[in-house]
Design a protein around this ligand. Sequence first.
Ligand SMILES: [Zn+2]
Length: 210
Amino acid sequence: MGRLKLIGSNLVTATLVCALTSAFWINAYGGESTQHAKVEPAPEAAEKQASAATAKQEVALAPSGLAVPVAGITVDQLTDTYKQSRGGGSRVHDAIDIMADHGTPVVAAAPGRLEKLFYSKGGGGITAYVRSDDGKWLYYYAHLQDYAPGLKEGQAIKRGDPIGRVGVTGNSNPDGPHLHFAINRMADGEKWHQGRPVNPYPLLAGKNGR
Ligand SMILES: [Zn+2]
C-alpha cells in the first residue's frame, strides 16, 4: 500500500484539474467511464492484474479519443518534444517524452493487438508495440521499467490496459524517467519496426505544440 500513498497527492491534483477543465477520464484498469468516476475492476480482473494501488490510477482521455498513456498525467502536463534532435542532432525524435516518476503505470493509448515485445539495449530498452485492429497504426512504448504482469505478444489490448511501468531502460537519462511514446502510420504489410511517424502531441494535447 506504500505506492498508493505515494501517488495520493498526484491523484488529488489530477482530479482537481479534471474538475476544473471538465476533462474526461478513464480508469486505468476498469475500461471506460465518463468524467472522473472511478470504476472498480471486477474481482477476477483484479486478481489477474497488478496491485490494488495501481488499479486506482486515473488516465486522462484526449479529445482525439486517445488515452494519455501514463496514469495520472493530464493533457496539460504534456510537452511537444516530437521535433527535438537526438543522437547529437543527426536525427529527430519522432516521438514525445512523457515525464513521470519511476514506476508510474504505463497504459495503452489506444486499443489493438500487442504485436511485439522487444528489448533494445542502446535504444528503447524494454519496449512494446501495439497495432490498431485495422492494421494502420502502431503505438510504441519505450524505456519501460518492466511489463505489466502477464503481458504477451498477440493479446488483445483495450484502451487503458496496463502495458508496464515508467523506467529508464535503453538509451534514457537515469535522472529523467519518462515514457517515450510514438505513433507510426503503417502501410499494408509493414512490420512493427517500420512505418512513418506521426506526432502524438496534438492528438493527446488537443492543440498544436510550440
Ligand atoms: Zn524519447
